[in-house]
Design a protein around this ligand. Sequence first.
Ligand code: FUC
Length: 815
Amino acid sequence: MKKLVFTSALFLVALIAQAQQSTALKLWYKQPAGQSWTDALPIGNGRLGAMVYGNPEQEIIKLNESTFWSGSPSRNDNPDALAALPEIRKLIFEGKSAEAQALAGKAIIAKKNSGQMYLPVGDVRLDFPAHQTPQNYYRELDLKRAIATTTYDVNGVHYKREAFVSVPNQVIVLRISADKKNSVSFTTHLMSPYKTSLKTTTNQLAMSGLGVSHEGVDGKVRSHTLVKLVPTDGQLSRTDSTVSVQNASSVLLFVSIATNVNNYQDISADEVKRCADYLSRAEKIPYTQLTANHLKAYQSLFNRVTLNLGETPAAKLPTDERIKGFATGNDPALASLYFQFGRYLLISASQPTGQAANLQGIWNADVKPAWDSKYTININAEMNYWPAEVTNLSELHEPLLHMTQDLSKTGVETARTMYGARGWMAHHNTDIWRSTGGVDGAFWGVWPMGGAWLSQHLWQHYLYTGDQAFLKANYPVLKGVATFYKDFLIPEPTHQWLVVSPSISPENSPAGRSKASIAAGVTMDNQLVFDVLTNAIRAAELLKQDTPFVDSLKTILSKLPPMQIGKHGQLQEWLEDLDDPNDKHRHISHLYGLYPSAQLSAYRTPQLFRAARNTLEQRGDVSTGWSMGWKVNWWARLLDGNRAYKLITNQLSPVGTQQGGGTYTNLFDAHPPFQIDGNFGCTAGIAEMLMQSHDEAIHLLPALPDRWPSGSVSGLRARGGFEIVSLLWKDGKVASVTIKSTLGGNCRIRVPNEMKAKGFKTVLNAATNPNPFFQALAIKDPIVSPDAQLIMAKPRIGQVYDFMTQPGKSYTLNL
Ligand code: FUC
């Protein structure tokens, strides 16, 4: 490797730093949240979540703890499935979908328990009766510090409240201060929507809660909450249900919460002791140190990535006004704020050894949240983790990977008892108890693919990190899910292709079979099984084991259905050409192959690539929040930055201004109601517009919209252990890129423009990338309907450069 030119790299890094500093990473408002939860600001440490309202006269802090769920260890397999399976399959192949669906509804869908609910713990409320007419009101959530701050003046005194949730110290910390001595007086309440017991002592409130019973499962999760007030001076007083402080100069308030949950099968912990231990450890630490601990832990993750898409005067406006103006105005810094907010949310909602972020992350105030605020694994839970690797938060992927490992245990019994198969599987939902049965009715719940999709995250984690020990430890999970399909696939009557049956193309039904979604061999299933088998084969080969098993999987792979292009030029959703070009359904599951999977490529599968585009055109843009988040990724993969940008404008529209979802005042995504997946989907999509690494190369600026002609990003991660240390672009061209290798190996980059490539090898597009992390998938040629009109466009090839890398070394290319 020749010495590379580093000349202007330092200068460019300085430019990036400068640009980053001018972009204030804050959500801020001129008014309090009032009673509106989606105006309140979320803080969290993965386990504890809080929504801070910032109301001067009554502060409300809504509390969550990630293991406070309804029910107790439980399962929801339907034992009737096995006997009914042959009949359901027969009916499907005979075209009797309505009958098949009716039978599956009885035999496959769980009889009672459709999964448990994620519950709110309660509220801390602080009454400041004298603060009715505040002046100079301001509140913010500072993403650089993960601290929510409220400030205002009353009678010439300046008040300040700062709140954060500490990962290292495991408590919620609130500090209330004033710029005049002895001015802080308030009364503290602790309450819950459930029956609880409440006790107070001089400076402390204690509340015990019991999670509700739900759908026949006894509520056995206990929560314990302690609120401790530590005033600098002044007087404390109490009643049976409140603790008040008078005339303090400042007050430190700790909220500690714990439950008795150890894991999905063990709820024997002592929540009272746990809660007290967290508190007693934290309260010994001075506030400045607590803050320093918090900042250190948070910033070690958050600061890994910076993004500058440019800044306009709109960036000076409060966040709610920016959301209103985004679609029609020019505010690129709101897109970068939204991107960083997605990273903030993942750091706040998903920490190693904890629970995976659920439908609402960790923030839920409802006793009966939408879809139980659990895990829908036919898209939503996976979407939550799309930003994890690419936005350099790989460790935060762990809770989802862990949940997948748990399901690979609980799902063994479901595979065996319901389908007579070895290995493991899950249907389209799960919960903290790792239930794997079918739920919500046959139309939605007959989908034996949850494990197939979740297991992709294990393989992708490996592709990004190259962690051999991780691969070895998780090989049984990958093998287990492949084993399930090995046993479960059956030949369909027309071509004898091996297919999944019964199943659905998530939540959609083909035209002409109204209200019957049940089917065999739907495209998404074929794509998922393809990935499951391919991952298991590659993992086994890398680990040099299981040769006969690998051979058996290769035989199955060769018998899977090819993708098909239907008469409307669309990628077919079902085995038969049944798509309706006017169908606007939010799920476009067969585009799984385009994103997050890497089966469709502008360069390798041009017809399928074009058909996917047609499908997306036909489905339209506006939809529920998560669906629009997915579409950002799809348009990015289709290398169409302007269309991806259009979807971002749809997503960043105020809720209620269009038919589908949008964005709440606090930047939460709206399904509606709030669902966090859309935040994460769009965050991943923005990364995908700037850099992709699924298609044999690190592709820089693959889908840059005209609206972001110049900018910079640092810290994105690519497959093969590469880090984009910095990427600077000007007028749509890559001006400079520095890539760090952690694993070594060939680095191939695809760039829109020529670079000074001294020391680099220009490669022809057709050459295979020798780096095994960039191995392309072998996709069968599609079957194309004679009626399909495919207007083929040549993809932008750009320039492709290869260079050999060494672990730990960085490489720079300039314009
Ligand atoms: C799936 C979606 C819905 C919703 C729910 C939580 O069922 O079809 O839109 O997001 O999950």
